[in-house]
Design a protein around this ligand. Structure first.
Ligand SMILES: [Zn+2]
Length: 68
């Protein structure tokens, strides 16, 4: 299954991936994270990205496709 080697956790609200030590999501300010995530997309220019708009992403970064 997924690659658990990556030291990332996913924001349960906006799905942004942050490293283990981050306590507040830099994208939406949420403080809840999940290690049960799957899939990975990189948003480079959220202002030009349809995907970013659909997912409500306004900040560039790594995002999980699915968060449980
Ligand atoms: Zn977030």
């Amino acid at each position: 299954m997924p690659r658990r080697k990556l030291p990332y956790k996913a924001c349960t609200k906006c799905k942004m991936l942050v490293d283990d030590k981050t306590e507040v999501c830099p994208n939406c300010g949420n403080r809840e994270f999940s290690y049960e995530w799957d899939g990975l997309i990189i948003i480079v220019k959220p202002e030009n990205s349809e995907v970013a708009r659909l997912m409500g992403i306004s900040k560039e970064g790594l995002y999980a496709i699915k968060v449980r």
